[in-house]
Write a protein that binds this ligand. Structure first.
Ligand code: ARG
Length: 572
């Protein structure tokens, strides 16, 4: 049985206290001045044409004091400040201790979400933009699944387009150098050389164009060459995913090419409905509010003048398939903020076409740019995109130094494993902890700092709790609700209890940084608690209560980090 959070129990109590106030919707939240604050009296007073402080006073008068609520008073223009009893806080701890899910329910049960994330492009290096999509997408997937939801992962790999003509053609003309080196470095090299030849040699460009036609026409030899390139890239992406520890497998990769067969149908249906119209030879969808700098409408192009289909048509086909065949109740696209207009137009088109019912939300989970030390988009000194593997390897190498400095006696294998957990955790946490639409600066020193809002700090806090529990040697963690609480214990309990509510907030806005902020606050509350309240040296019944708090803190940190895709080792 999941025990409701203190905020939701209070919300229920306040609602009961306010039955006589029609239109009163309490909003209970943590407060600086009291344990909780209730908002809503002001809004209710406006509709009732009453004095807000009187409305607040009525709520206070209706609240039974003793069990849950210790103090209730009107504050400011019409807020209600609430203090909870120590006994209520401690029984809440007892309830949480008996619940392996830490109070987290399954609000997502029965809901299918399709999450489109990672989406690297075949034969190109994965860059930091793909890293962000992969990390944020993975965290959202884990959280939705933990809340009982069904998630379908879609790695919308860029595996189609005219560039494959030149890649295949170049490779068929220069088989030797690329078959030797089958890593993506090799493929990226192939891409660069093919591009150069394409730009410099009109005859090669023409042969490449014929290759595109052959590929689109399903010519067996060309198709085989394409499949080989896709397979090589996919192998490489899988290595990066394994290093990152994200839940993406080859089975989740449904590339753009998978929708090819559906594209003519998409175009025909949109044209038949008149959602799309022919303009200048292209099949286009127009929007009243989307115009270029010249004031001319900017359309979404479904089919180009030459009859070819592009990025937009593929997304429309994918969206339709996700709603009809995958039976999605919600669609998420974790993609760079610069594609905002594209998704607005795709979603709008799909709504007009009737492919996206009004009860199926579609969200562009947009994210900002990763900046380098110079404040510009993160690039290598030579101006190339930073290879993801290089970046991750560097983070793990630096983490190895941090780990080795703390634990000189570790075996090589243990040090490597911990370096991976810390280094990858640091990269992920730095990414997830900033509000996702903001740009952030990639700074390995700050990312791996032992203090501050970092993954390492949280891993360290978790390890410290685990070591306290280990030293307690399984001593009892039973809660005695009759004990008076220290303010630091109260603060810690209130933070622990908010875990489930925070996860709901994360899902409401697709904002993993709220979970990061919560875990960071929790770790700080724990530090204050541990400085003020002896645990192992305490007498019974304090000892049992405090061990229970240690247990819950450790479990919450581990579960929370796990939902962010970050390991929580027992020791650091
Ligand atoms: N492959 C694209 C890129 O690298 C991102 C794809 C995003 N997903 C989508 N359904 N359009 O920019």
């Amino acid at each position: 049985m999941t025990v409701p959070s203190l905020a939701s129990s209070l919300s229920a109590a306040v609602t009961t206290a306010a039955v006589a106030l029609p239109g009163f919707a309490p909003l209970v939240r943590r407060s600086e001045r009291a344990d909780f604050q209730v908002d809503g009296a002001l809004a209710a007073a406006r509709t009732l044409r009453r004095n807000p402080r009187d409305v607040a006073a009525e709520i206070v008068a209706g609240l039974p004091v003793g069990g849950l609520v210790a103090t209730a008073e009107v504050a400011g223009p019409g807020f209600v400040n609430l203090g909870l009893t120590d006994a209520a806080l401690l029984s809440q701890v007892a309830g949480r201790l008996a619940d392996p899910r830490l109070g987290v329910g399954t609000p997502e049960a029965g809901v299918t979400t399709v999450v489109d994330y990672s989406q690297p492009n075949i034969a190109k290096e994965m860059h930091v933009g793909h890293l962000r999509s992969t990390i944020i997408g993975d965290a959202l997937v884990r959280i939705l699944e933990h809340l009982g939801g069904t998630v379908v992962r879609r790695n919308h790999v860029g595996d189609w387009g005219t560039q494959f003509g030149m890649l295949i053609q170049y490779r068929s003309e220069h088989p030797a150098p690329v078959t030797e080196d089958t890593s993506l470095r090799g493929l990226a090299l192939l891409y660069r050389r093919a591009r150069a030849a394409f730009d410099a040699d009109p005859a090669f460009a023409e042969r490449s164009r014929r290759r595109v036609v052959a590929l689109q026409g399903g010519d067996p030899e060309t198709t085989r060459a394409w499949q080989q390139i896709v397979a090589e890239s996919t192998r490489y992406f899988t290595e990066v995913y394994d290093l990152l520890g994200v839940r993406l497998t080859a089975a989740d990769a449904v590339g753009e090419s998978a929708y090819n067969a559906a594209l003519p149908g998409v175009a025909a249906d949109l044209a038949a409905q008149r959602t799309a119209v022919t303009s200048d030879g292209a099949l286009c969808v127009f929007f009243d509010d989307v115009r270029g700098p010249d004031g001319e409408p900017t359309p979404l192009i479904v089919r180009k003048r030459d009859g070819g289909f592009g990025y937009a048509a593929t997304d429309l086909a994918a969206l339709r398939q996700r709603v009809t065949e995958l039976r999605a109740d919600r669609l998420l696209y974790v993609v760079d903020a610069r594609q905002a207009l594209h998704f607005r137009m795709v979603f709008d088109t799909a709504r007009r076409a009737g492919w996206l019912p009004s009860d199926v939300p579609a969200a562009h989970v947009a994210f900002g740019t990763v900046l380098g030390p110079d404040g510009r988009p993160f690039k290598t000194r030579a101006g190339d995109t930073v290879r993801l593997v290089d970046l991750l390897t560097e983070a793990v190498d630096r983490a190895r130094e941090v780990v080795a400095a703390k634990n000189p006696d570790l075996t090589d294998a243990a040090r490597d494993e911990r370096a991976r957990q810390v280094g990858i955790g640091a990269v992920k946490y730095a990414d997830l902890a900033t509000s996702r639409t903001r740009d952030y600066t990639y700074d390995p020193d700050r990312m791996l700092a032992l203090t501050g809002n970092t993954g390492v700090y949280l891993q360290y806090a978790h390890a410290r709790v685990r070591s306290i529990l280990a030293r307690a040697d399984g001593a009892d963690e039973t809660v005695d609700p009759g004990v008076a609480l220290d303010p630091a214990e109260r603060a810690l309990i209130l933070d622990l209890d908010a875990f489930a509510d925070v996860l709901d907030e994360v899902v409401a806005g697709y904002e993993p940084h709220r979970l990061c902020g919560h875990l960071h606050r929790l770790a700080q509350s724990f530090t204050t608690f541990y400085e003020r309240c002896p645990v192992l040296r305490a007498e019974s019944p304090y000892r049992g209560n405090r061990l229970a708090l240690c247990r819950l803190t450790g479990d919450t940190l581990r579960t929370g980090l796990g939902l962010l895709g970050i390991d929580a080792p027992e020791r650091l």
